[in-house]
Design a protein around this ligand. Sequence first.
Ligand code: PLP
Length: 400
Amino acid sequence: RSRISARVRRIKPSPSTAAADRASALKREGKSIVSLVVGEPDFDTPAHIRTAAVWAMEKGETRYTVLAGTLELRQAIVAKLKRENGLVYDPAEIVVTNGAKSAIYSALEATLEAGDEVIIPAPYWVSYPDMVLACEGIPKIVACPESQSFKISPAQLEAAISEKTRWLLINSPSNPTGASYSAAEYRGIAEVLARHPHVLVMTDDIYEHIRFDGESTPHLLNAAPELRERVLAINGVSKTYAMTGWRIGWIAGPADLVGALNTLLSQASGNACSISQAAAVAALTGDQSFVGETVATYRARRDRTLARINAIPGLSCRPPDGAFYLYVNCAGLIGRTTPAGTRLESDSDVVMYLLEAAGVAVVQGTAYGLSPFFRASIATSQAALDEGTDRIARAVAELH
Ligand code: PLP
C-alpha cells in the first residue's frame, strides 16, 4: 500500500505557493517577472515589536510556556477582543497557536468526525477545503457570485445545511475578494443558524484591520451575541502587524471546544514560540500607529490599481472592502485568442498567458472556487503594481 496516508493523498499543495514557485523559476531563467502572488505584508515588523522579542530572549523567556500561551499574551488578547471587538472572553477561553492557519486546522481536527460537512462560501481561502479533507470532513462549497458581492445569502446557507453539517466557515474581509459582511448581513445568517443549533461557526478574522472604508469590521458575535457558545473566533498578528514569520495566531471560544484544542495541541505541537509570544504582547498592547499607516498605504494602492485594472477592456474588478487583494473578473478575455494562436478557455489559461506573454504572476480563480477570475495581491510596491498593470494592459491589447 502507499506509504502516504489517504488523508494526505486527498489534498494538494497550496496553489498560491505553486504560482509563486513558477514565477521564481522563470526569474531564475533570467525573465523579468512582476509577481502579484504573495499574501503577506511587504513591510517589516515594527521596531518596538522586534525589540520586545530581543528583550524576551535576553530575559531568558526561552523555555516552554503554558500550552495555551502565556497568561500575559492571553490577557492581551482578551483586552484586544474587548477594546476592538466589544467581545468579552476570559483568558481560559483563549488558545494561542502557531499562526491562524494551524488554529483553523486544529479546530477542525478537534471537532470533525469522518463525513461531517463544513460549509465554505466560495470564493474561499485556498486552504479551507484541503484542511477539511485532511480531517476526513466533506467541504460543502457554496458559490457566491459577484452579483451578491461574493457573500453567502441566508437562503443559500439554509439550503446548504444538512444533518451532517458541523461548521460554517466565515472569512471577513475575505481572501481573495476583500468582501466584508455587514452587521445586517450577519443578522440574516444568524436567523438561519437559530433554526439549526447543531451548526457551529468558525470566523476567520485575520484581515479585520485591513479595511478601506474607515469602518471597523463587525463581528458575527456583535450582531448575534446569542451564538457565543457556538462560535470559534480565529485571529492572529500576521497581517495586521506584518508578522507572518513569527507564527502567532489564536482561537477564542467556549470552554469545551477550547479545552479539546488544548488537549490536542498538548500532544501535537506544544506551545507557540515563547519569543514570538512576547513580541505579540508588544504588538497588541503597544503603539498601534503602524496599523493605520499601512492601511492607508494599502488603500492608496487599491484605489490606483483598481482604476488601472478597470480601464483595461475585458477586465473588471469590484472594489474590495478590505484585505490586500483584487479579485479581477476576466470573463471578457475568455474565448479570445493569443498572438501565438491559443484560445483562452479558462482563467487558468488567462493566468498562464499573463505569465508567459507579459511576465506577470497572478493566481487563477479556480484555486479559490469561483471562475473566471484571477487574484492580484496589492501587498507589493506601487511601482511593481504600475508595471504589472501596464504589462497586463499590453498583453490584453494583443488578444484578438
Ligand atoms: N486566513 C486567511 C484567510 C489567510 O489569508 C491567511 C494567510 O494567508 C491565514 C488565515 C493564515 O494566517 P497565519 O499567518 O496566522 O497562519
